[in-house]
Write a protein that binds this ligand. Structure first.
Ligand SMILES: *Cc1c(COP(=O)(O)O)cnc(C)c1O
Length: 399
């Protein structure tokens, strides 16, 4: 009998609140976002947690991040500093706006952007720092916001993985010039696909909707004469209805996940060879997943062997998160951004060569890291079995 002798708990994600909003929606005569009741409800529910004066609901988190970058009006070749352990969604918008993603290394214990590493890659071409709260663990946005201000660049917070996470007691995103969130199906909250881009800056706020809506400014009569080039990234009413209802569950989901992750870390404390994620004092991790590292030299086994043994004991685990740092992806290694070419480099506006980029901490984390699924349906009893399986497997495989 495996130590974890029950299937992975799965939360029921949708129910009465979603149905109530969708039912109300059916009586509407339009599903268009502009002044739609569901989109308005989504904005109101979002602001109960994240009190931004300006926001725009988008078709995805990647779209929200693209709008954020577009709103900064990069000149071709301008640079945006990003971490190498993230989703492609963080960098897609930068490249489409003819900017240059510049990768800075991460902290080996939190896996989030390291402020000193960011400082080292800042140049006169830097326009923004984009920080990712990886897996729901808040990054040091106090230091990064200070650094951004010092250099007159924007701070963008990619909060896609961090619904409900608190940085020094405040919801993540509030430190940023522009903050982005995702409702894709794997995130804490889902409407299938969706996102939000938000800001407190009065100069940027009114531009968010145009940057996500063909650069139509629907507050003016002659809006079909756009002054800029922008895609259509609008969210529609069905997505907004589900997303608005999902936000009513946020406090509960985040509290349960925070408890589960914290509990698991307690159970794994002092286990030689296994390094739980580090949460900086004062921060609240909302555990989109549980990302630990193995001290492979100490264990004397491979990551694959450890993960296989854990799975045999009934605990779900995967070796690593993304396979390599983002700069190692083929699209970056081949600089194949636009039909086999990279116009900003061909025009001499950057000398970036992604084959020369090296972020040792990120590479190490992705070599010895293990992801354990974590969700709000996991009881303490279930997590105790997972921890027992980890302790048993680690003892058996240690030299
Ligand atoms: C999920 C995710 C995105 C992109 O969100 P989509 O809604 O899937 O487009 C961006 N950044 C990070 C860190 C993510 O995890």
């Amino acid at each position: 009998m495996p130590i974890v002798d029950e299937p992975l708990p799965r939360p029921r994600r949708w129910g009465a609140p979603e149905l109530a909003r969708l039912t109300a929606m059916v009586d509407q005569d339009s599903l268009f976002y502009w002044q739609g009741p569901q989109t308005s409800a989504l904005a109101a529910e979002f602001r109960r947690h994240y009190p931004f004066p300006h926001l725009f609901a988008t078709s995805s988190g990647s779209a929200a991040l693209h709008v954020a970058i577009a709103a900064l009006r990069l000149r071709p070749g301008d640079e945006v500093i990003v971490p190498p352990i993230t989703d492609m969604g963080s960098v897609i918008g930068i490249l489409y706006q003819q900017g240059v993603p510049v990768f800075a290394d991460v902290d080996p214990a939190t896996y989030n952007l390291d402020t000193a590493a960011v400082r080292r890659v800042l140049t006169a071409r830097t326009r923004a720092i984009m920080v990712v709260h990886l897996a729901g663990n808040p990054a040091d946005t106090t230091a990064l916001a200070t650094l951004a201000r010092e250099h007159g660049v924007a701070l963008i917070e990619d909060c896609a993985q961090a619904w409900g996470a608190l940085h020094q007691g405040r919801p993540v995103g509030l430190e940023a010039d522009i903050a982005c969130y995702s409702f894709n199906d794997y995130k804490h909250l889902s409407c299938g696909d969706g996102g939000i881009v938000a800001t407190a800056r009065p100069d940027i706020g009114p531009t968010l909707a145009p940057w996500g809506d063909k650069h139509y400014d629907r507050t003016t009569p002659g809006y079909r004469d756009p002054a800029e080039l922008a895609p259509n990234y609008r969210m529609s009413e069905p997505q907004a209805a589900v997303a608005a209802a999902q936000l009513t569950r946020l406090a509960d989901i985040a509290a349960r996940r925070h408890h589960a992750g914290t509990f698991l870390t307690t159970l794994l404390a002092d286990l030689p060879g296994v390094l739980p994620p580090h949460v900086a004092p004062g921060n609240t991790h909302s555990y989109w997943f549980y990302f630990l590292r193995l001290d492979l030299a100490r264990l004397g086994c491979t990551r694959a062997a450890w993960v296989e043994a854990l799975r045999t004991e009934g605990a779900m685990a995967t070796a690593g998160y993304i396979p390599t740092p983002v700069y190692r992806y083929r699209v970056f290694q081949n600089h194949n951004f636009f039909g086999g070419a990279w116009p900003v480099r061909d025009a001499g506006l950057t000398t970036m060569d992604y084959r020369q980029v090296h972020c040792p901490h990120a590479e190490a984390i992705l070599t010895d890291g293990v992801v354990l699924p974590l969700n709000e349906a996991m009881s303490d009893a279930y997590l105790a079995k997972v921890a027992q399986a980890i302790r048993t497997v680690t003892a058996r495989l240690s030299r």
